[in-house]
Design a protein around this ligand. Structure first.
Ligand SMILES: [Zn+2]
Ligand SMILES: [Zn+2]
Length: 264
């Protein structure tokens, strides 16, 4: 089965193409299970995410397509939720009736403000801070996200490598506690293709981290993280080959927050 759980829509204001076009592209590629996971509404960085007043529209659109294409593809409804400490995450999102929630960290607290570390605009922060400290802060945020127990899938596990400011410490040591927490929380990790399109030029997570996931028996899934039609299914064959090389024979998806395993 070909699974692709992380895809966006124009409702986040930084993607192109209609939801129907995403589905038709996925069907043409032979995707069996395709999930939309729009950037969920939140009281932060509101310009680049779904607006709360459009939440119902988004959910109804996905449900409409679910029925329309039910003979050709299974369509799932999800959200990518920013994990931010403080009163940012909305209960309307965390309690919504969806198939799954992806938990992602795109912001780190630095000197009292939130730093959008994957935004090229704020790239200067990497030069001014101890790089291992940044990586430790990032993995601590992921660990807390797992501990919160609110999410099913870890979004782009090592996004902090995006601009190639790499840690000096051994990554397996640095991330071990976080991965143990992910395992404890019963979460799964996505192999996310967006990294191939960024300076780091490889999937999230790295091969080393994926090996550690395998050792800890953490299940995986596959994600395009598409923000345009041409990104649907991008580099799937590479991601699949890597997963097989490491030893994975199954991937997972969620329906109504229940994990289902399948071969890939
Ligand atoms: Zn996005
Ligand atoms: Zn993301």
């Amino acid at each position: 089965m070909r699974v692709d759980l992380h895809n966006h829509t124009t409702l986040c204001n930084h993607a192109t193409g209609t939801t129907q076009e995403y589905i038709e592209k996925a069907i043409s590629l032979g995707v069996d299970i395709f999930g939309f996971s729009e950037h969920a509404p939140m009281h932060f960085d509101e310009k680049y995410r779904l607006q709360l007043q459009d939440k119902e529209f988004y959910e109804n659109d996905v449900k409409f397509l679910q029925k329309k294409y039910q003979k050709d593809i299974k369509i799932l409804l999800g959200y990518e939720v920013d994990y931010l400490e403080g009163d940012y995450m909305l209960p309307e999102v965390l309690n919504s009736n969806v198939d799954y929630l992806i938990g992602s960290v795109h912001f780190l607290k630095q000197n009292g403000t939130q730093w959008g570390f994957d935004n090229p605009e704020f790239i200067g922060h990497y030069q001014n801070t101890n790089i291992d400290k940044i990586w430790e802060d990032y993995f601590l945020a992921i660990k807390n996200m797992a501990k919160s127990g609110k999410f099913d899938i870890v979004g782009h596990l090592d996004l902090i490598k995006v601009f190639k400011f790499l840690q000096k410490k051994d990554i397996k040591l640095l991330a071990l506690d976080t991965l143990k927490e992910i395992k404890k929380a019963n979460m799964i990790v996505e192999i996310n293709a967006a990294g191939y399109r960024k300076p780091i030029a490889e999937q999230y997570p790295s091969k080393e981290l994926l090996e550690l996931c395998f050792e800890l028996d953490i299940p995986i899934t596959f994600s395009s993280d598409a923000h345009s039609i041409d990104q649907v299914g991008f580099k799937y064959e590479e991601a699949k080959a890597l997963a097989k090389e490491i030893g994975y024979i199954k991937c997972s998806y969620f329906e109504q927050r229940e994990k289902i395993e399948t071969s890939f």
